[in-house]
Design a protein around this ligand. Structure first.
Ligand SMILES: C[S@@+](CC[C@H](N)C(=O)[O-])C[C@H]1O[C@@H](n2cnc3c(N)ncnc32)[C@H](O)[C@@H]1O
Length: 249
């Protein structure tokens, strides 16, 4: 990559490049986010894809717009949707990651906690979601990347905190994704993940033909956290939404 190309990038994406395991020689930021899926690896190396109806909706312009409006309302009125930003303890100037960042407002909240010298990055696979996120939230300390959560593009131990809301249920291999989150978290860093559990809503969604949604039983995610060596694992279920939080020792 030439120095000229590097200095032309938005500041947050320039900083993101420094965190990547394999920074591209010619970063594609033509849509305002760093697209790391433009040059896909050979099919047998690429992570499994969700071909279900729900992820297809989030990957469409209309679905991403509907989700964006619905989540803004849910966050105002449903306590289970509110963010554990204080608990994440992001240091001033720290670096935080939002996995499956959707319309980007969670990423923006991480950036506010990290402050002007900090950095919050959102990773998502859906181009319409990323377009919404860039137009609503991109800033000097907020950047977005197109990548698969099952294969996070970052070097080990880069982030002070990682959050992921309402994403793991859409991912063919959620355990691999949690392992990736733990890999990129710094020692002492904190992680909070929110998933739907198999309550009434789950039972209804399960009836959708090819819905492509996993539902977690009460202990699934907490057990995964413990198996991956996280400590201070706490799970809290409100209705059919579960938050699981922990620290990396
Ligand atoms: C229900 S939305 C949640 C968005 C955001 N976390 C929020 O709470 O507003 C789920 C998001 O996960 C993304 N997603 C699904 N599978 C993914 C994957 N394998 N890698 C990265 N993002 C993924 C979708 O594109 C979608 O934007």
């Amino acid at each position: 990559m030439t120095d000229q190309l590097h200095t032309d990038l938005p500041r947050a994406l320039r900083r993101a490049l420094d965190l990547l395991a394999y920074p591209p020689d010619h970063p594609d930021v033509s849509l305002g986010y760093l697209d790391l899926l433009g040059h896909l690896p050979a099919a047998d190396l690429a992570p499994e894809k969700n071909t279900g109806a729900i992820q297809a909706a989030w990957a469409s312009g209309l679905g991403s717009m509907l989700y964006d409006n619905a989540q803004a309302l849910a966050r105002k009125v449903v306590s289970a949707w509110q963010l554990p930003i204080e608990w994440l303890s992001i240091p001033a100037g720290g670096v935080a990651l939002d996995v499956g960042s959707g319309p980007g407002n969670v990423t923006a909240a991480l950036a506010r906690a990290a402050g002007a010298e900090g950095l919050a990055l959102g990773v998502d696979i859906s181009e319409p979601m990323l377009a919404r996120a860039v137009s609503a939230a991109a800033a000097d300390n907020v950047g977005f990347l197109r990548a698969d959560a099952q294969q996070l593009p970052f070097r080990n131990e880069m982030f002070d905190a990682v959050i992921s809301l309402a994403v793991l249920q859409l991912i063919p291999n959620p355990t691999t994704t949690v392992a990736e989150i733990v890999r990129v978290l710094k020692p002492g860093g904190r992680v909070a993940i929110m998933v739907p559990t198999a309550g009434l809503g789950g039972q209804l969604l399960r009836r959708l033909p090819n819905g492509g949604v996993n539902f977690f039983s009460e202990d699934d995610l907490g057990d995964t956290f413990e198996e991956l060596g996280l400590v201070g694992v706490r799970a809290k279920t409100l209705g059919n939404i579960q938050w699981v939080r922990a620290r990396k020792p």
